[in-house]
Design a protein around this ligand. Structure first.
Ligand SMILES: C[S@@+](CC[C@H](N)C(=O)[O-])C[C@H]1O[C@@H](n2cnc3c(N)ncnc32)[C@H](O)[C@@H]1O
Length: 292
């Protein structure tokens, strides 16, 4: 029995008992198929001779991943690790495991999970190469987490919950598996109105992968997101990614974006541009005196 199961006092599945209807199940299956073929990070490998799962492979991808590309994510990992050292964090949707790795390096106990077998296998290999040991690395669906109530001191999900098919339910699951006083650190949700929402809708552009977007990638207003945190105390809700990013695409729309929209938009003062940031990161605490 691994430590997660021991902690929760139960082997295998737990869950809220909330049923998934057939339509939601089908959506989750299509999301699994999509991400299983496209673990976040593979799109940055252009050299076909670079073998998946080698140290060189992870070295090549690392600079493109959130904590290394966006300093505020690494700062968040650092400040949370200082609070959570020796405590047990669940990562939902770990992808290749870069975020979990940074928590592990800072002394946080981590259970890393993802919906897809490919992500789980890649994360296991990644941890092996880095010489770190997680409590567990396993498949788990955010909508029916296979953990007992009140199993974790913190839950981290980075770019995941808005892509699960039922964001509100995923947040209810986060709350369920948190101990009273536990921290939900959700970096990030996609927000609207935002420059990314407008550009992707007007240009019908894929956001995640060039060939195709995931079956679900919801954008919400800030009040819609915060409303989903019922039963939590919101510690912070921060708008991020307010500057328009460079793109590596070609074609007329890319030219218009590169030479028209982006330079003009990026001249806006920060106070204005931040209103149209495309991500909202929320840190929320399950109150100490709350029930499950
Ligand atoms: C945009 S990627 C982010 C990966 C990782 N957090 C990162 O930042 O590198 C979204 C991830 O969410 C996972 N995911 C999607 N739906 C999920 C669900 N219902 N339960 C758990 N993970 C899910 C996908 O498999 C994918 O790995």
């Amino acid at each position: 029995m691994n430590r997660t199961q021991a902690d929760s006092g139960q082997e295998g599945s737990a869950g809220s008992g909330e049923k998934m209807d057939p339509e939601l199940k089908q959506t989750v299956d299509s999301i699994r198929d999509y991400w299983d073929a496209r673990t976040l990070g593979v799109q940055y490998v252009s050299d076909p001779t670079l073998e998946r799962g080698t140290p060189e492979y992870f070295d090549h991808i690392r600079p493109w991943m959130n904590p290394y590309k966006f300093p505020w994510i690494m700062e968040r990992i650092e400040s949370e690790s200082a609070l959570l050292k020796g405590r047990h964090l669940l990562e939902i949707g770990c992808g290749m495991g870069f975020d979990s790795l940074e928590f592990l390096k800072r002394g946080v106990r981590v259970t890393a999970t993802d919906l897809t077998p490919a992500a789980v296998a890649t994360t296991k290999r990644h941890f092996e190469i880095e010489g770190v040991e997680a409590e567990d690395v396993r498949e788990a669906n955010a909508l029916e987490l296979p953990f007992e109530d009140e199993s974790f001191d913190a839950v981290w999900a980075n770019g995941v919950l808005h892509a699960t098919g039922d964001t509100a339910r995923a947040i209810r699951e986060v709350r369920r598996v948190l101990r009273p006083g536990g921290r939900a650190i959700i970096s990030h949700f996609y927000r609207k109105p935002s420059w990314m929402y407008t550009v992707s809708r007007l240009g019908r552009e894929n956001i995640e992968h060039k060939d195709e977007d995931p079956p679900v990638n919801e954008f919400y207003t800030d009040p819609e997101i915060l409303e989903m945190f019922e039963g939590f105390e919101i510690e912070s809700a921060v708008r991020e990614h307010h500057r328009a990013l460079p793109v590596a695409k070609s074609g007329i729309k890319a030219v218009l974006y590169r030479w028209g929209f982006r330079p003009v938009y990026n001249l806006l003062p920060e106070s204005v541009a931040r209103r149209y940031a495309y991500k909202l990161s929320v840190t929320a605490v399950k109150p100490k005196d709350s029930g499950t």
